[in-house]
Design a binder for this molecule. Structure first.
Ligand code: MG
Length: 282
């Protein structure tokens, strides 16, 4: 199933896309996190209302207001770790990598077709990062890697928008990645039963139609299973937790010369089977 959150006549609803992707049927849950808490079997069994054409509703981010910060992995594709090290003037560490975790503050996620805020006067070097985001289903605590897949509810596309100057200046990345309007997400949650675990899906990013990033989601340095296992050894991952798994090479800071985003740019992050997340910088 492809699940979405949307606005219809001013009311926020949760629904399932029809097979052709052109319409949505409402589901009897007040919000997406409630649906996730009910579980995939309950969502599948739930009665669906009459379909509304997608062009008559407004898609929101699948989880518009995450109840906790998004958990992110940094430097989780080899080629991106190399380009980031080069940008920072550091040598790329070749040892067995230890996962880089940070979090992203998201009072309100940016919807599909919504605006990425360029924060004029505050932000320089605005950059994009196409990422596969994992949505946790059943709460995970002390989960071994081989059982991690049982705790995944589904997947979505997330753009880990980053202000490189702030990210670097403050040593920790929280401010440079957690500004308002820095977390586009969507267009849907693809439920975990639709793909093998771990998912091996093409991921790409285009800026104004020009391809910048292309990789596969099975090229992660720290796998989804290892991430869930490692984190859940010490922290409970509640239903609806969002884990952004890192971005592949090709971000603006990695280009020669670097090419950052500016107002009017259109950023499209795409993952096979999930869809295209399109946003414009304002
Ligand atoms: Mg990132």
């Amino acid at each position: 199933m492809k699940l979405v959150t949307y606005l219809e006549n001013g009311t926020e609803k949760v629904g399932a896309l029809t097979a052709d992707g052109k319409a949505v049927r409402p589901l009897p849950f007040p919000d997406m996190v409630s649906a996730i808490e009910a579980g995939l079997d309950a969502v599948k069994a739930a009665e669906q209302g009459p379909a509304a054409a997608l062009d008559t509703v407004t898609l929101l981010a699948p989880i518009p207001r995450p109840r906790q910060d998004v958990i992110c992995l940094g430097m989780n594709y080899v080629d991106h770790a190399k380009e980031a090290a080069k940008f920072d003037g550091e040598a790329f560490a070749k040892d067995k990598p230890i996962a880089v975790y940070f979090s992203k503050r998201v009072p309100e996620a940016v919807p599909p077709e919504g605006a990425i805020d360029s924060h004029p006067g505050l932000v320089e070097k605005l950059d994009y990062e196409a990422e596969l985001a994992v949505i946790i289903g059943p709460a995970a605590k002390g989960v071994p890697a081989e059982k991690a897949g049982e705790h995944v509810f589904g997947y979505t596309v997330l753009n880990d928008v980053s202000a490189r100057t702030l990210q670097t200046a403050h040593k920790q990345w929280y401010f440079g990645k957690g500004l308002d309007g820095f977390t586009p997400m969507g267009p849907c949650i693809l439920t975990a039963d639709e793909v093998a675990f771990p998912p091996a899906l093409a991921i790409s990013c285009r800026v104004n139609g020009q391809e910048r990033q292309r990789a596969r989601t099975d090229m992660l340095i720290t796998s989804i299973a290892d991430t869930i296992s490692e984190l859940s050894a010490g922290m409970t991952l509640l239903p609806g937790t969002i884990i952004a798994t890192g971005t592949p090479a090709g971000v603006g800071m990695g280009m020669n010369p670097p090419a950052f985003l500016k107002p009017g740019d259109v950023v499209e992050c795409e993952i096979e089977k999930i869809g295209v997340l399109r946003n414009t910088v304002k």
